[in-house]
Design a protein around this ligand. Structure first.
Ligand code: ZN
Length: 168
């Protein structure tokens, strides 16, 4: 998995959807290894190049808003030296929360591809339903459920282990 990710990063090209989701899953696994909730995100630029990849950084960064999507979008924008990601896709292992969905609108991403649905914390298909309820903000194309089972299994395993191990 890590090798595939490294090779794709080196080659600078990943197809949108399942290939990019592999890179997002790798970022999520790396986040889990750091003790973060395993959510990973990548921003894929025009032509399929991965511009940025990130996992959650809430605990290490002491920042409750350091979600993978926000980190990846900021890094991609910095790399492009542009505040807009108009030709870019955000690929993330979990349905974005309302904050990240709204941020994706501000960054004007072309498409949001996510893996697992999040009935509790999601803000795209659940909860605030940011795009459906805000017709005047930029509306990315939404593709949910890509490699859903793998993305959800990663989260389930993380929380199961956390419940079974004593509090730090
Ligand atoms: Zn978020």
């Amino acid at each position: 998995m890590g090798l595939c990710y490294a090779r794709a990063m080196r080659d600078g090209r990943l197809g949108v959807g399942t290939d990019a989701m592999e890179a997002a899953l790798a970022a999520a696994r790396a986040a889990a290894a750091r003790g973060e909730v395993p959510v990973g995100a990548v921003v894929v630029g025009p032509g399929g190049a991965v511009l940025a990849a990130a996992g959650n950084d809430v605990e290490a960064g002491c920042d409750a808003a350091a979600h993978a999507e926000l980190i990846a979008m900021r890094a991609a924008a910095a790399r492009l030296e542009s505040a807009r990601l108009s030709e870019c896709d955000l690929v993330v292992t979990l349905e974005p929360c309302a904050m990240c969905a709204a941020a994706a609108g501000l960054f004007r991403v072309r498409r949001i591809v996510f893996g697992a649905y999040d009935p509790k914390g999601g803000g795209v298909e659940h909860g605030a339903r940011v795009f459906a309820t805000s017709p005047h903000i930029h509306q990315p194309e939404i593709v949910g459920g890509v490699r859903e089972a793998e993305c959800a299994a990663l989260l389930r395993a993380f929380f199961a282990e956390r419940r079974s191990s004593p509090k730090r």
